[in-house]
Design a protein around this ligand. Structure first.
Ligand code: CTP
Length: 270
């Protein structure tokens, strides 16, 4: 399968030497890339500025600003099976980028005017939505309600709710404590574990969703259900798909034409 993963912070320039950014280290997104590669996926990693080496086998695209990240995602999204947005994208950037280093004495130097950055999940992804879209929610309070509001507002399949106020979770550390929310109201609260292990749990869910969609699209195959009444649920399953489920791999057949959201909804029984 083809997987697009975003990671790290963005930097929003103020002048040639200063920028606004956040504490994201990129570790969660890179762990997702490593785990997906280990499972046989083809991974494109769009990364903000981080101090991490490229996972072996990943195609990496480095960006700085939210606008650059939006452009990189827009151009790489077509043909992807799933997108996981683990990047901590800035919501605001300076209204003006000074061409010279701002001086203490500059008029308005102490007043920073900001404008909105593009919301990549809400504004860019719908143009070429892959079958499965996963977001992260960074919260310091009201974790689950905040995360589920984002799941709805950004039309996500899953959201990984990340409680930044919890010890050992969030930015810069190698562990994380998250709850994975889905569209059916399910909330899978995971204990504190390594980011690589969290990545594995998230990818298990992505594989399950992709597999459910493929099962829906398969005509009844190889079984007794060979009348013309269309597929039954659960349908008969061909070998490669069963291997995908049992092995937890991302090595699913690709290129199946699919209408997107409506089919996904049907697959999930909504
Ligand atoms: N995100 C995005 N584009 C942005 C900001 C965020 O695509 N400009 C994505 C993040 O990558 C993440 C999800 O949206 O997967 C939620 O990000 P988060 O920072 O938690 O929430 P926001 O949407 O920025 O909302 P708020 O600032 O109100 O918490």
């Amino acid at each position: 399968s083809k997987l697009l993963i975003s990671a790290g912070p963005t930097r929003e320039a103020l002048d040639p030497v200063r920028f606004l950014t956040n504490r994201s280290s990129g570790k969660m997104g890179f762990a997702l890339a490593e785990e997906a590669l280990a499972r046989g996926a083809e991974v494109t990693l769009v990364s903000g500025p981080v101090a991490l080496s490229t996972p072996r086998g990943a195609r990496r695209i480095d960006v700085e600003s939210a606008e650059q990240m939006a452009a990189a995602i827009k151009s790489t999204l077509p043909g992807m099976d799933a997108l996981i947005m683990a990047a901590a994208v800035a919501d605001f950037r300076p209204q003006n980028i000074a061409s010279h280093k701002l001086k203490k004495g500059d008029r308005n130097a102490a007043n920073l005017e900001l404008k909105r950055c593009p919301d990549i999940l809400a504004e860019v992804v719908p143009e070429a939505r892959p079958r499965v879209v996963v977001g992260f929610a960074m919260e310091t309070s009201e974790l689950l309600s905040g995360a589920s509001a984002k799941l709805e507002a950004k039309n996500l399949d899953l959201i990984v709710a990340n409680d930044l106020s919890q010890a050992g979770a969030g930015f810069a550390v190698d562990t994380n404590a998250v709850t994975i929310l889905d569209r059916d109201g399910g909330a899978d609260e995971l204990p504190l574990m390594s980011k690589r292990a969290v990545a594995g749990r998230v990818l298990d869910r992505v594989v399950a969703l992709l597999t459910a969609l493929l099962l829906l699209l398969l005509p009844a195959c190889g079984g007794e259900d060979n009348d013309d009444n269309g597929p039954t649920w659960p349908p008969s399953v061909a070998g490669p798909l069963q291997a995908g489920v049992a092995g937890g791999t991302l090595d699913l057949p690709v290129g199946v034409p699919l209408g997107g959201y409506t089919d996904r909804d049907r697959a999930l029984g909504n």
